[in-house]
Design a protein around this ligand. Sequence first.
Ligand code: FAD
Length: 297
Amino acid sequence: ILNQNLFDLSGKVNVSFEFFPPNSAEMEKTLWNSVKRLEGLSPKFVSVTYGANNSTRERTHRIISRIQQETDLVAVPHLTCIGASREELVEIAQEYWNSGIRHIVALRGDLPDSDKVGQQADMYALDLVKLLKSVADFEISVAAYPEIHPEAPNPQFDLINLKRKVDAGASRAISQFFFDTETYLRYRDRCLASGIDVEIVPGILPVTNFKQLLRFSKMTNVTVPGWMHRLYQGLDEDATTRNLIAANVAIEQVKVLAKEGVRDFHFYTLNRSDLTYAICHSLGVREKAFEPQAIAV
Ligand code: FAD
């Protein structure tokens, strides 16, 4: 059913890539190699995550500036509001606008102790969307959770939260990663039925480190299906096979999504290019020189 020939997606798919600020010289090198390689795929934008403490904040700014200076990519910083004052956020937003940034991923950020159920935040992503829009007419993307955000009391509450963020000016939602594609598709339907009329861009995570995924999925309330446990079984010490499996799983996922009409994909690259490049390739996303019309068959 998923035969590539069933539908030709070349030129019809938009991709975006997410990076994070590296914390060593070696990882910095890996990041820039990845940025340069993935630039060839002409993504709609590339985004850089934002950490909760001051040093990672500075690194986000630095990487965003370097992307602006050294590439033709649209650089999109993530910004979180938890623990920050309104004055500080206004200042950051103004600086970004003055340096040519027109699109921000607006997030709340995690509570300092995310285990504390019932803890109240002083600011939510909705407040940040409003604040950014009051500073300038930024394009704003926000987060969405097909399997419900861990702190939300129920799915309806979470959906209303997303609707409010969109009504306040967000023009795109990027989803938490997921593996059960049906869950995403049902969520997309529920968003539509609730009057949320922006793209719910699926966040695709190629899983190369299954052990780490298990830890992370608990914190983020993401289900890791039994078939994934079976697929990665016995591969703890075999990174090469894990990479091949990761590419295969993600390629299947994006193809099913594409068949269901999804045309925008956001990749959690983890600062690596190889898997994301391969998955994009399978979606018909090519470098200009390799686009089908540029090749005489
Ligand atoms: P919100 O939309 O504010 O929602 C947070 C929770 O609060 C939800 O459960 C919501 O239902 C609930 N809520 C909303 N309003 C209220 C209210 N008034 N009263 C009570 N509860 C309420 N984290 C980072 O630190 N840096 C990043 O760069 C980063 N990038 C991300 C990118 C994507 C695409 C995604 C999906 C997540 C990212 N995160 C990042 C993680 C994110 O910060 C956390 O998931 C965080 O816990 C919630 O952020 P949010 O913007 O979804 O918050």
